[in-house]
Design a protein around this ligand. Sequence first.
Ligand SMILES: [Zn+2]
Length: 507
Amino acid sequence: MTITANSTAKPPVTPKDAAAMILLRDPDDPKVFWVKRAKTLAFMANYHAFPGGQRDTADADVPLLNAEELPDAVMRVAAIRELFEETGVLVARGVESLSPQRRAQLRDELHAGQTAFAELLAREGVQLDASLLVEAPRWVTPPAMPRRYDTRFFAAWLPEGQETEIIPGELEDGEWLRPHEALQKWIDGDCLIVTPITTALQALADGVTDFTMRMHSVPQAERDHMERRVELRYGFYMCALRTPTIPPATHTNCYLVGGDEMVIFDPGSPYPDQQAVLDEVIETLQAQGHRMREIIITHLHPDHIGGVMHVAEKFQIPIAAHRLTASAINGEVRVDRLIEDDELIELHEAATGLTWRLRALWTPGHAQGHLSFYEERTGTLLTGDCVVGFGTVVIAPPEGNMKDYLASLRRYLSLPKLTALMPGHGPVLANARGKIEEYLFHRAQREAQIVTALQAGAQTLPQIVKAVYTDVPEAMHQLAELSVLAHLELLAEHEQVVRTGDAFMLV
Ligand SMILES: [Zn+2]
């Protein structure tokens, strides 16, 4: 059985104002400061980023020298304040008169919310000055993401006598690196970073003089040019396309992975405007010298196969899938090659000498023929619909099977190195193990809730759903019933539950 939902086109989330600071030091041998975000954060957990954050309403109260002609003066204040809060570095006029201890005290005072930033600066005789910052481009988070920011980037030099200091909390740590060293970490797959950061590092690697000009020359840096493909990890392009999928998801992620040769995972959109977006992404990559080897389907659901034939025919690319997927979609999509569990797909890149080693993992549970792909060099896992970036996964019998699903999640945890999950829907996750453990915990919790509901007298699927899914809108109850059924089937297999007609009872 296939699960579909109506495509109620949800408007994209409105981006919030944010500011980030590209902090530099040592003009003769320039280094840039980046931070690693904490794994507990709801957004971009464990990503590497520049210090920064959301605008504060009180930022508008802070006087800023040399800001007369500037439309976004307040965003400069936000960047300076965020930098101070996150790293202890204060970019301001007169700051050299403050001792390191005094600056640390002021930072604590600001953190505690005792004193407003404007008041604190005035009291210490320190003034913010727009001329100490260089403006870098403004970037907007792509529309498919659950949270979006309209981020103004600025650059500044580390003031003399100051050092960065990360207080663990929202940030895990921080590091000064030469720009090319940071880029190398990204190419080696040691970190996940968003495009504005990569662009800044690439521009900085060519020298600090005019680097913001070079950042501006990237087309995606223009506000109207929404980014269509993101490369959070070198050689892993993600393109989120609108599909008829299940809320809260509105898009399916298509991934293009590799070097000189690439494979395309799940071009899922049946909509012509979205297919045109992907066509352009493929054409751009081809023009850059990449060859598309094949299309791989993770599983049979319509939001993962809707654009497969279009891409295959337009670009003459063969299609591969697991045999259970191939037989299920026979007549709809032509599968040219079958992929078995444990098969290795190797993709090389001559220029860097890199190889992407994609190991196929047969991971049934969400769908019988579901494949995941584990890139062994970087520890990147393409999870299809086994783990998604937000919400939870639907396990709907008879296609879905809870026992298989839990086994697939445990198989993920047994992988030697896991640094990122690239899901079929929602954002890429850097806190990979944490997310999988959270999924297993969530399922255990659901099972316990179902047992409690049975103990309390619920017997039929609607009765159990009503007792358990108190947080889910009525419209989703049909799917919830199937999920409950999946849990009950597993409980029955463990001889904890018996079924009589529509009624389930504890043994
Ligand atoms: Zn699916």
